[in-house]
Design a protein around this ligand. Sequence first.
Ligand code: GDP
Length: 385
Amino acid sequence: MEYLIIIIAVVAVLALAAGTLFFLRPSRRGPGRAAPPPAPPAPPGPGGTPTAEAPGATAVAPTLPPVTGPAVVAEAPLPLAGRMVRLRGRLARSQTAFGSVLLGLLSREGLDDQAWEEIEDTLLAADLGVGPSRQLVDELRTQVRVEGSRGPEAVRAMLRQDLIAAIGPDQDRALHVGRHGDRPAVVLVVGVNGTGKTTACGKLARALIGEGGAVLLGAADTFRAAAADQLQTWGDRVGARVVRSDREGADPASVAFEAVREGIDQRVDTVIVDTAGRLHTKAGLMDELGKIKRVIEKRATVDEVLLVLDATTGQNGLRQARVFAEAVDVTGIILTKLDGTAKGGIVVAVQRELGVPVKLAGLGEGPDDLAPFDPAAFVDAILSG
Ligand code: GDP
């Protein structure tokens, strides 16, 4: 009898376990555990690591198998024109603090001295710089005095107009790229390490190739093998040949010369040369960048010297950028990481400080997150919060 009870109990336990497993099995295939959707093609990123489209975006799960075959065919780059308007949301998210505080302050009834001081402090906190902040406040004050206090829409229009004027809507922001007669345009990209130089070279190459140009990249940052590797990754992905030295510490000027020579031979439209951003002595920097430029000019003309500045580094970054601007004649600024800062006033400060226009804006880590700088789109984003 006892045996019988034990046998019945064992059978019951086994049946229960089997039933549970059976019960669970269908749910494994059910919607809650559905196979992950195919991973989107990873945008080009340094060292081949997938980069997020925007801060906070979900990274591709590392356990997913790499996407291979036709699925990885890169999407065509977005046209350069109009990118800033398309990427306005990136700015609006990060600039809201600055824009909405200003609008709030200016909409107050009867603006007294303290309110104007707060307006100036807000502009200073947004990295606009002392001179431009004061000037903007003076202009706004005069306008309010002449035209009187008005509704929020009028205040927004007034602020919009003054901010655009401070940025300089008429500055020549054209990029001098593409063939000049029988030679390619040469673009030298300079700036402190970590500002986004190599990424900007890759993004620019992708955009120009997307517009039908042929681009060659020169890895003249010979001090870090990783920098050349990173440029190579971009080159491979966007379809640009990369001229590099296989010797770390090779003469950067000779790599630049070789890149330009090959660019001429291969009849490409634009040669983009990435340089080292070591901040050693100003004299050393001047020697190095000066030599690169002189050597290139034995074969071609340097059409653009683009200085890359990380917008999140504020006044400190600006001080470092000034050293580069003293070492070489800069023709334009690439202001990167504008998606990650509420201090958009740096646009005004950097232009004043260096006397050259911001030509391109970096608005994220994605391959198309580099836009020709458009003052009106920028200000509209700031004031859209
Ligand atoms: P380099 O040392 O100056 O060549 O800098 P890198 O090109 O290696 O860039 C440094 C880091 O900044 C990388 O992680 C880039 O993905 C990131 N980066 C570059 N531009 C932007 C941008 O516009 N926005 C954001 N959020 N990150 C950027």
